[in-house]
Design a protein around this ligand. Structure first.
Ligand code: MN
Length: 235
């Protein structure tokens, strides 16, 4: 069974369930650990949601709307991503995770979509009685991307998919070597991937919230398939 490192966050349950249902073993990692200890014996890395990455991490002044409150988490997760990429461990990065992934690889972020993107859609679902699995907007998928390949069976012939949305930041300058795999109709980047990696995919929405109904199960299954290959290489 493949061992998956999941970064600690305040809403862990759905991430855990999504990995367990895809056949993985869950290990929670946080900044109290060294990066080496966190990744030893691991076959994949799942980066979870949370607060904004400090803009100093990508060389920008902080926008007033930025709530960057987790310097230890930034430090730990950026180092974790760099080490995981060195080892070519499969990476699935969700919400804050896609942002950490892009920054760790040298990219930058839109700090506040509502004030910095003209004509932006509503990316922050807050209207009660909102459920985490309520859909917010569609994303347009890049034709030959890993993301589209994974989602193909669920999509039939569609080239877009409805997603939930709980973010006010997004990828701005793409890290070198990465490609955009999905974009919202307002131009906000919603998914990225590194085609040279074994498996390295970041999504801006929350696929883990759908573990009961399976809308995005192929993302977790594809991630686990890549992690299982690492696991077999170990044994
Ligand atoms: Mn969105």
């Amino acid at each position: 069974m493949a061992h998956i490192a999941i970064t600690a966050c305040s809403r862990l349950e759905d991430y855990k369930q999504a990995i367990l249902h895809a056949g993985g073993e869950v290990h929670i990692v946080d900044s109290s650990m060294s990066v080496t200890d966190a990744l030893n014996g691991m076959d994949g890395l799942l980066l979870t949601g949370g607060d904004d990455v400090a803009p100093t991490r990508y060389g920008e002044e902080k926008h007033p709307a930025v709530k960057a409150v987790a310097p230890e988490r930034d430090e730990f997760e950026i180092a974790l991503v760099r080490e995981a990429r060195k080892r070519d461990l499969p990476i699935l990065a969700i919400c804050r995770g896609i942002q950490v992934l892009n920054v760790a690889a040298g990219g930058s972020l839109v700090q506040d979509i509502p004030t910095q993107v003209t004509g932006a859609l509503e990316h922050k679902q807050t209207v009660p009685p909102h459920q985490p699995f309520d859909l917010a907007h569609e994303v347009w998928l890049e034709k030959d991307s890993l993301l589209t390949k994974l989602m193909r069976e669920r999509l039939s012939d569609a080239d877009s998919v409805e997603v939930n949305s709980r973010h006010h930041q997004s990828v701005k300058t793409l890290a070198e070597g990465f490609e955009v795999s999905a974009t919202a109709p307002d131009g906000v980047i919603e998914a990225i991937e590194d085609p040279a990696a074994r498996f390295c995919l970041g999504v801006q929405w929350h696929p883990e919230n759908f573990w009961r109904t399976g809308e995005f199960r192929p993302l977790f299954e594809g991630f686990m398939e890549a992690a299982n290959k690492v696991s077999h290489a170990h044994s």
